[in-house]
Design a protein around this ligand. Structure first.
Ligand code: V47
Length: 365
């Protein structure tokens, strides 16, 4: 509990002083926040920062998700979505199927299409360029937030081009920004254990920073709630913060709550509400140079996403419709929410809903 800077956990008081003085928090502060049982105290600190940045506004977006293929050569232990090409359940959409998905919803006021897939060994680079061009031809005004940094590095390999040239070609074809997936946890220990084949942390950051230098914004994520320690979480956040100091192109940080079902870590129990809220709040406090913190309702549920608006988050993502990565791993959340449901959640939390485009421009209602 908090009254004028008095906390149930006295270790939060010096952090309060720093927050008030707008001083950067260090690694020890991050650990103190993560270790504290005073969730309301940590949430209060995060809410101070969130309100300083965004007042009472809470953002949502009218978006559509498209997971074009789950065929993936990486085989990460935490992933239930990726399949080898010959495994039951593997799929890849043809360009015609993708266009049909877009056509189905042309009557809706979708401003962003969020596109993520696996690392497909055979699809040619032209498939990805044609996908972006085709969607843009059907929906010229839409923003394409497509391909994580890991996919971009893979496409560069397939195309035989540098990352910069790959991104430029995709931009030319209609790419608007990159989603934040694939960062996982930067700790070498965790990567060796869970995703040894995945693009390295420095590779992931280099793709994002190359994108920033080409004028493409990216998001950033952290997959939490599996084998990582609190120290590894803090180090991940600090590394993102340092990268943002250099290029400034990260828009939003999204903590991704690990879902264990159908993964090689199925014996783990998944995250708790306490940890979900704590993680969002710590991210808001540590990532002082990130404009936005998003609570992805698909992963933590609409009710917790609503509460997160008092724990540092200013964005609850959007309508989504048809998400596969988390649902393959046992998510019980719906496939989508209507605009009316999103508005209700935000207003009941005492916030002012703002429908945004991908770059956080308000869309007039
Ligand atoms: O990189 C994989 C994660 C990510 C599981 O930018 C899992 O706004 C939980 O990029 N449990 C892809 N997470 C999703 C992604 C994303 C999602 C929402 C918003 C944004 C954004 C980006 O999903 C992967 C991986 O870290 N993931 N398996 C799992 N079992």
């Amino acid at each position: 509990m908090t009254i004028n800077g008095c906390f149930a956990d006295p270790k939060l008081a010096p952090i309060y002083e720093k927050v008030i003085r707008r001083e950067r928090l260090d690694r020890d502060d991050g650990l103190t926040l993560y270790r504290s049982r005073d969730l309301l105290g940590v949430g209060y600190l995060a809410d101070l920062v969130r309100r300083r940045l965004h007042g009472n506004k809470a953002y949502y977006i009218y978006n559509q998700h498209l997971n074009y293929s789950n065929v993936c050569v990486n085989g990460c232990k935490f992933c239930a979505f990726g399949k080898k090409a010959d495994e039951p359940g593997a799929y890849e959409m043809t360009l015609e199927e993708i266009m049909a998905r877009i056509r189905e919803r042309l009557h809706e006021p979708i401003s962003e299409i969020h596109i993520v897939g696996g690392l497909h060994p055979d699809l040619p680079f032209s498939y990805y360029l044609d996908m972006l061009r085709g969607i843009k031809a059907l929906r010229p005004g839409v923003h394409l937030q497509a391909f994580t940094a890991v996919e971009i590095a893979h496409l560069a390999d397939i195309a035989g081009l540098s990352v910069a040239k790959t991104l430029s070609a995709l931009k030319e074809a209609g790419l608007g920004s990159l989603p934040g997936g694939g960062a996982e946890v930067f700790s070498p220990r965790i990567r060796g254990e869970l995703c040894p084949k995945k693009l390295s942390p420095s590779g992931w950051l280099a793709v994002c920073q190359t994108a920033h230098r080409l004028g493409l914004n990216t998001n950033a994520t952290m997959l939490y709630g599996h084998l990582e320690t609190l120290e590894e979480r803090v180090d991940h956040l600090i590394r993102l913060r340092e990268a943002q100091d250099e290029t400034g192109g990260f828009l939003t940080f999204i903590p991704l709550a690990f879902h264990p079902e159908n993964t090689q870590l199925a014996e783990l129990s998944g995250t708790t509400g306490f940890d979900d809220l704590k993680n969002l709040a710590v991210a808001r406090l540590m990532l002082d140079n990130f404009p936005h913190i998003k609570a992805f309702w698909i992963m933590i549920g609409p009710k917790l996403a609503q509460l997160s608006l008092s724990f540092g988050a200013d964005d609850i993502d959007g309508t989504v419709i048809e998400e596969r990565i988390t649902h393959m791993a046992g998510a019980q959340t719906p496939q989508g929410l209507s605009r009316a449901q999103l508005l209700h959640m935000i207003r009941e939390a005492g916030c002012e809903p703002v429908e945004r485009d991908t770059l956080y421009n308000a869309i007039p209602s």
